[in-house]
Write a new protein. Structure first.
Length: 406
């Protein structure tokens, strides 16, 4: 049985092998959060486009504005003002943050370090050439690539695109991820469940996870536990880039997903992983699609999606697979688990006030992998490695952050 990182690596290896030419789409910079850029974005001009003051103060020649010197103030320059005339000799000019420094001036003295008396200004300390001025072109030359193809667009990347006037961005189309829940007991979210039925929460959490991972969910609803219905809906799902099936991959008599996939020509790369929850997770390729069979217990579905499906979405988005967001924390209360499987326990991390203090983490009480309510209290999964049966309070542990809520 593969460990979770071997299984994850198998996903990365198999999906990386496909040479996909994904369609690209034009996306407004306002809507492109989470897309992957499919073009290079270059600067339209130098940045900054003029010598820019970083302070409110006085533009000066540094050699004039030494400690104790008094200079005549000849006017003011606001941010956005056109700066045409050079600074006359033995004078200064009041200047605002973001304004252009006039020719002749080579420094800005902060207003706090100058004393104004009518139209004369006296300087409290020596001035260094270049201080508080960002020279024209020092951040970027004109025509320079500021974003490369394959970059995932977060808020800073979008700001860079906006800065250089790229209002429309050529992006890779998001991978389409079909979501199919299985189970005779599963009914639609808006249906009234019978006494032994449950609502299809997995399709909802999976759709959210697909969106967070940068994919486009394609909802196929629910299939009954019979070969005909499963077969028809799985075949429909195979038309997308990825098919994620929830439930039906355990050892029960009505766990038919693997056999249906096999009949449709699937090749499996793993069908069990040494983790709890989530051990029966399946990954394969069937026809043109990558297929994940995730155990139906909701916490298992969520954990296995994070571990295995997200890198596939990254790669099919034309981006590098993002690393799992593990961070170190200190265990607040001791834990015992059976060794042999790596455990991913719903847990809550708290960060004490100083920014450099380690998080304190505590596993949440839960009723097993069906306990969605426990996971809704969790902001991370606490990892207990497969070779540990006991972790003492105060020991360092790894936690996998739920990035959607932390
Ligand atoms: P399975 O993996 O098919 O054996 O399902 C395990 C358990 O997960 C089921 O007994 C249900 O309680 C639960 N489950 C399965 N599918 C869903 C779903 N779509 N939404 C919520 N819970 C589910
Ligand atoms: Mg089932």
């Amino acid at each position: 049985m593969l460990t979770y990182d071997q299984a994850r690596q198998a996903v990365i290896d198999q999906v990386s092998r496909t040479t996909l030419t994904r369609p690209s789409v034009k996306v407004s910079v306002w809507d492109a959060l989470g897309y992957v850029l499919a073009e290079e974005i270059v600067t339209d001009r130098e940045y900054p486009p003029f010598d820019r003051s970083t302070r409110d103060g006085y533009a000066v020649r540094a050699s004039d504005a030494h400690s104790g010197a008094t200079l005549r103030c000849v006017g003011e320059i606001k941010a956005g003002d056109t700066v045409a005339s050079p600074l006359p000799a033995q004078s200064c000019i009041q200047i605002m943050t973001g304004a252009g420094v006039p020719a002749g001036a080579d420094a800005v003295v902060m207003i706090e370090h100058a004393q104004r008396d009518a139209d004369h200004v006296t300087f409290a300390r020596d001035t260094r050439a270049g201080q508080n001025v960002v020279p024209r072109g020092s951040e970027a030359q004109s025509g320079r690539a500021v974003l490369t193809s394959g970059t995932r667009l977060g808020y800073a990347e979008l700001a860079v695109a906006a800065q250089v006037g790229a209002a429309e961005l050529c992006c890779d189309a998001k991978p389409r991820v079909a979501i199919l829940s299985t189970g005779d007991e599963v009914v639609a979210v808006d249906a009234h469940p019978g006494p032994f039925q449950i609502r299809n929460s997995n399709s909802v959490s999976l759709a959210a996870q697909v969106r967070l991972a940068g994919g486009q969910p394609v909802l196929l609803g629910r299939a009954a536990d019979n070969i005909e219905d499963l077969g028809a809906k799985i075949e429909r799902g195979l038309k997308e880039d990825i098919l994620v099936v929830s439930g039906g991959v355990s050892m029960g008599k009505y766990d038919l997903v693997e056999s249906v996939l096999k009949a449709l020509g699937a090749e499996f790369f793993f069908d069990a992983v040494a983790i709890r929850p989530g051990k029966p997770a399946v990954f394969g390729r069937c026809q043109e699609a990558f297929v994940f069979g995730l155990p139906g217990n909701p916490v298992s579905t969520m954990v296995t999606f994070e571990l295995f499906v997200t890198p596939a979405i990254d790669i099919l988005s034309n981006a590098q697979p993002r690393p799992l967001p593990f961070v170190q924390a200190t265990l607040a209360a001791p834990l015992h688990e059976k060794p042999g499987l790596a455990h991913f326990l719903p847990a809550r991390a708290e960060w004490p006030a100083p920014a450099n203090a380690a998080a304190q983490v505590r596993a949440l009480p839960w009723q097993g992998s069906g306990d969605i309510a426990a996971l809704a209290q969790a902001n991370c999964f606490l990892l207990i490695p497969a070779d540990r049966d006991h972790v003492a309070a105060g020991e360092p542990v790894s936690i996998l952050l739920r990035k959607d809520v932390t």
